[in-house]
Design a protein around this ligand. Structure first.
Ligand code: B1N
Length: 830
């Protein structure tokens, strides 16, 4: 084109593009209806709630995309140091409400829909959860993405786009059954498929020597190639234009796959075989503890790590002609050990493909990796069998061996020939099954190792990673977890949110959560008390409706709603809760009728999934149902006690349950919960905590005071000795009695529960239910007593919210940014 013609075209284009989508009533309505017609392809005169939701979601997505483009262009122009957050799990839940709130157009959408005859809340209910994770670790990643966006950090999240998220829990006759969560069935408006952002990921094959520059070098000749396709999920910040990327990878067959079979003419089989590639990203492993050394899991780990690193290095090379600035521009965060193959992969790419000198590459690795561990138990740490790694990733195994060799030589210089210690600290474990200790690899190669709460970090230093701490004390830190107040107050509890803003006189706490402390001065104000109680009651009514719709059980909102919601684990002690409920039931049954008036009515709510192969956890679920069956149908009990199991606990169920909880239980055996984040969400929402001094509860106590909650149980330092003692301490009679009731078949299913009862018998009671039972009952009694005094309860509730500021993921992320990653905000101009 001639110069003039080109200019006219460009001007014409800019003329058309020089506007952003506006969010006035008419524009929103027009956009929604356009999406009904052109995206969902329904007539604008005839569409249902789900179709309306889809259209609404697409109109929000358009607005997200604008900001997201601007942010990416801004990042590119500024070229700041970037943080890449690698995690195998993200538990995002729903996106609609969160997005419009962060974009600041929730009310506009509400009004626009009302005029069209729809209610925002009703349409929001149409959305399914994105459940690409198991529990706390995965939801933490999601909260941290929200904070990274809100605080304007140049961040990318990388993970896997599983086709099947965490299984759906269905309860039949009180037993858990698992059903696949094929969440993409109805499309996903919150992602953008990037058909052109694909990378080949290679597996298997051999390592060969190749002549190079007069010497030899190693080259990996892979045996199988799979294609990774990017799906981008824009993550909007609140009160900022910044919208960052969560990039999830899906596996697709590669054109390079099975060329051999095509050549030999076996066309049909070759096509069928191609489909196998997709299994890599097909399903999330539903077990959040035990590591089974399965090939598919390892393939998932390498698949997402390899694709992410190709993407990261490509982005770096786009604006840099050599690697000199690599550590100044790139920070790689390992969310637990799951992505730690990234270490070997960076070495391989830099040395084998970019031909950097080994020592230089190693120097980079040591500067860019940071590692956060979420585990307490040494047996929870991942170990990959060498045979498996050798067959799947032969070059990576060699690299890990080479790293280990250099490291052990260095170690010998530092600590001498203490072979026991050397072997404990080695990355390679020589045992019956020779394996790679992924945590050791991550610690050796990361410049910072973070725990997720102060006591967790202490356990890491004194027990789990003691040897490493003594060698490199400077590496060990902690960043106490946090949760985002945007989702956990503003989205899930709008009436509390409005109340807080009213009494603080500002909405600024939504970005600056420390301002919540301002509620303290009103904690005794009678007007606030009234409003606080009203909000809480309305939330309880909403929860009561849900309970009735789901289980047919009618509950009274005047009762105390006592909630325990989290994955089912022995160490989290849902069993202690159930045995406590049996005791309460037993007391009601045995008391004089006239005394029953004094009982504080309770609705005990338990929710959570058991890993499909975790028999004990599944028995706990069944026991809960068996006890509920008896208690809920006993006319002697009536409204004094109800037990409800909420099936299929997930993020959106949490959003409903948490605002309605009066009391919440966080009762793990001290020293077992690395942090715990559910407690923080409940605390923010004004629930009182009944808890052991474990994980982050210890820090919650510092913020709100021990007298503002109900604490009980053995302390962390007492637990090891108590376990040693075994049968030497006395178990209270009430405990023996409730266990006997279960054992004797009082709730039926005698044979089935026998092994569960064995687990808490004297001498066998690893999680110390018997030891803690007495003080547990006392804490429960204290909660009852306080509940009767509604003024005191309400004050404590207000002080819980007021004291929750420290547990925002904004604080966590700021600490990571400043102290661990060395990154700075990069705010997109409005
Ligand atoms: O991570 C949370 C903590 O608040 C919890 O205390 C902790 O239990 C949890 C393997 C895990 N630790 N380890 C896992 C998840 C998935 C998996 O495949 C382990 N999750 C935790 C956030 O720090």
């Amino acid at each position: 084109l001639g110069g003039g013609e080109a200019r006219v075209r460009v001007e014409r284009m800019f003329g058309l593009m020089d506007r952003f989508l506006t969010s006035d009533l008419i524009s929103l309505q027009k956009d929604i209806l356009d999406h009904v017609e052109y995206t969902v392809a329904r007539s604008r005169f005839s569409f249902d709630d789900f179709e309306a939701y889809q259209a609404l979601a697409h109109s929000v997505r358009d607005r997200l995309i604008e900001r997201w483009h601007d942010t990416q262009i801004h990042f590119k122009r500024k070229d700041p140091k970037r943080i890449y957050f690698l995690s195998l799990e993200f538990l995002m839940g729903r996106s609609l409400s969160n997005s419009v709130i962060n974009l600041g157009i929730r009310d506009q959408y509400g009004d626009a829909l009302n005029e069209l005859g729809f209610e925002f809340e009703v349409l929001a209910e149409q959305e399914g959860d994105a459940a690409l994770g198991n529990g706390g670790l995965a939801r933490l990643s999601a909260c941290q993405m929200d904070s990274l966006a809100t605080l304007d950090y140049p961040a990318w999240g990388y993970g896997l786009r599983y086709q099947y998220g965490l299984f759906r829990q269905v309860i039949l006759d009180g037993y858990q059954h698992e059903q696949p969560d094929y969440w993409l069935n109805f499309g996903n408006p919150w992602e953008i498929e990037r058909v052109h952002v694909t990378y080949p990921v290679k597996f298997y094959g051999t390592v060969e020597d190749e002549n190079f520059n007069g010497g030899k070098r190693k080259v990996w000749v892979p045996g199988e190639t799979v294609e990774a396709v990017a799906y981008d999920n824009p993550i909007p910040g609140y009160g900022t234009r910044n919208t960052i990327t969560l990039r999830l990878w899906a596996a697709k067959p590669s054109d390079q796959m099975d060329m051999e079979s095509y050549n030999t003419g076996d066309y049909i089989n070759a096509v069928v075989n191609r489909q196998r590639a997709e299994t890599i990203s097909s399903v999330l492993y539903p077990d959040d503890r035990s590591y089974q050394g399965k090939e598919l899991r390892l393939k998932q780990q390498y698949f997402f790590v390899s694709a992410s690193l190709q993407d990261i290095i490509r982005r770096f090379k786009d604006s840099h002609s050599n690697f000199d600035d690599f550590p100044e521009k790139v920070a790689l965060q390992l969310n637990d050990t799951h992505p730690s193959l990234a270490i070997a992969e960076v070495m391989r790419v830099l040395v084998d493909e970019e031909h950097l000198d080994w020592n230089k590459a190693w120097d980079f690795v040591c500067k860019i990796f940071t590692f956060t561990t979420h585990t307490v138990l040494p047996e929870g740490l991942e170990k990959v069998p060498v045979d498996l790694l050798e067959s799947l990733l032969p070059r990576h195994l060699q690299i890990i061996y080479d790293i280990n060799f250099d490291y052990i030589e260095e170690l010998k210089k530092r600590i001498g020939l203490d072979y026991d210690r050397l072997s404990r600290m080695s990355i390679v474990e020589d045992g019956a099954v020779k394996s790679i200790r992924m945590a050791n690899l991550a610690i050796v190669c990361s410049h910072t190792v973070n725990g997720v709460s102060r006591v967790h970090s202490k356990l890491l230093k004194t027990r789990v990673f003691k040897d490493f701490y003594e060698l490199w004390p400077h590496k060990f830190h902690y960043k106490t977890n946090g949760v985002t107040q945007r989702r956990w107050i503003v989205v899930s509890n709008p009436s509390l949110s409005a109340l807080i803003s009213k009494w603080l006189g500002t909405e600024a706490w939504i970005r600056d959560v420390d301002l919540l402390a301002g509620l303290q001065e009103h904690a005794a104000n009678a007007d606030l008390h009234e409003e606080w109680k009203t909000v809480r009651k309305v939330n309880k009514m909403r929860l009561a409706e849900y309970i009735e719709a789901m289980s047919g059980i009618k509950v009274s909102v005047n009762a105390m709603f006592d909630v325990q919601i989290k994955r089912i684990h022995e160490y989290k002690r849902q069993l202690l809760n159930i045995l406590g409920i049996i005791h309460r039931y037993d007391c009601i049954k045995n008391m004089e009728k006239s005394d029953r008036r004094k009982v504080v009515p309770r609705v005990c709510i338990i929710g959570g999934k058991a890993a499909p192969g975790y028999e004990v956890a599944k028995k706990i679920i069944k026991l809960c149902h068996a006890v509920a069956e008896k208690v809920n149908n006993d006319p002697d009990v009536g409204d004094l006690l109800k037990l409800v199991f909420i099936p299929d606990y997930n993020v959106s169920v949490a959003e409903l349950v948490i605002p309605g909880a009066d009391l919440s239980q966080h009762i793990s055996t001290a020293g077992n919960e690395a942090s715990g984040t559910g407690s923080m969400k409940l605390l923010m929402n004004g629930s009182l905590l009944l808890a052991t001094e474990d994980g982050s509860t210890v820090e919650i106590i510092e913020e709100i005071g021990a007298d503002n909650m109900f604490l009980f149980g053995a302390k962390m330092h007492e637990v090891p000795a108590l376990r040693e003692k075994g049968s030497a301490f006395k178990v209270p009679l009430q405990f023996a009695r409730v266990v006997r009731m279960v054992r004797d078949g009082y709730f039926g299913f005698q044979d089935y529960f026998e092994s569960l009862c064995d687990k808490v018998e004297v001498g066998n009671d690893f999680y110390l239910l018997g030891y803690d039972f007495q003080s547990y009952l006392e804490a429960q009694a204290a909660a009852d007593k306080t509940f009767v005094d509604q003024e005191k309860w309400t004050r404590m509730s207000i002080l819980s919210t007021a004291g929750s500021g420290r547990f925002s993921s904004d604080r966590t992320i700021e600490e990571y940014a400043e102290k661990t990653w060395g990154i700075e905000p990069c705010r997109c101009p409005f």
